[in-house]
Design a binder for this molecule. Sequence first.
Ligand code: SAM
Length: 373
Amino acid sequence: MVRELISVTELPTVPLRPVVRGTTNGNGAAPRHDHGEGPLVDGFGRTLRALRVSVTDACQFRCLYCMPSEDMTFLPHGELLTPDEIERLVGLLVGMGVTNVRLTGGEPLVRRELPDIVARLAAMEPDGLADLSLTTNGFLLERHLPALAAAGLQRLNVSVDSLVAETFRDITRRDALAQVLDGLKAAEAYPQLRPIKVNAVALRDSTEREVRAFADLARTRGYVIRFIEFMPLDGGGRWTADTVLTGAELKAALEASVPAAWLPLEPVPMADPAQTSRVYRFADGIGEIGFINPVSEPFCDACDRLRLTAEGELRTCLFSIGETDLRGPMRAGASDSDLAELIREAAWSKELKHHIGDPGFRPPPRNMSQIGG
Ligand code: SAM
């Protein structure tokens, strides 16, 4: 049963389109159906293969686009899914066709059990996960790299919103750029963790000025830089459409800031149709820059993602207004097939699209750190 967090009555109706299994689906109000077996599909025919697992809602940073500067309370440890529970739920989802798992938070490196969780997921039968990655703010990365690599982590995404120490501090509200860059550099010593991706949320009147510095970082260190459009998940009501610096604007700023010999930017073919970023390579073949444009160029049509929050709520969209509690039933003794049924039902109800910018849009009652970005 998908629990509603806020009223759906204010949401606009959405155009329906043909769906599999001879039924139709609104934006989350799917009828019950025979969920059957096999790959996890939603009511619009999308096969769900990617899972973001939040291991904690806590974070040492207070990024202005992600959470309020103060008065954040985090979940008590007993409310977090245990490593056993995470392993069990991910195992069920892998059995239903999920192949890619990204661990996130909050800040996943503040969770002591993280290497244990990584090791359990890396050992998933029958064939292991095709992709097991971690998104981190990088602050504790250097210290934890040996354990994470030994546990079988495959890839890293490190969030770095500015390469200027004062700007970084203004955005994250922590004076930590040097330590984060040290963590990134330390990761270079682990060839099994490739590619190293650096994510920057694009902020108007700030990121445009740094595109050249990010381009230089991509070219000198080999990191794949990805700019993400600011989404209304800040929990502080800071977001308005005007605050979004679009990927197109940023790409134009990039092209204007680099030597002509590096241009044109050449599109890198998409490895996966569900890939969120449009990636470009400089003309001389050195350095890749990606743009994730969920606001200006939504990619919901190809979305194959589910999210599991730190306390065990299954979410089918970043902007879901409802979610499915898996921890409660699990702790009450639900069987694997009971849980699988809950998962399939939730997946079937996955939203058609996120509705940012549509009349009646309301952001979810969780900020990004409480969802798991
Ligand atoms: N603490 C980790 C980190 O910093 O990467 C993982 C959690 S963080 C919530 C995951 C990603 O979400 C980061 O790349 C962050 O920049 C992004 N993010 C957070 N709030 C966002 C927002 N309002 N719009 C776009 N991206 C956001």
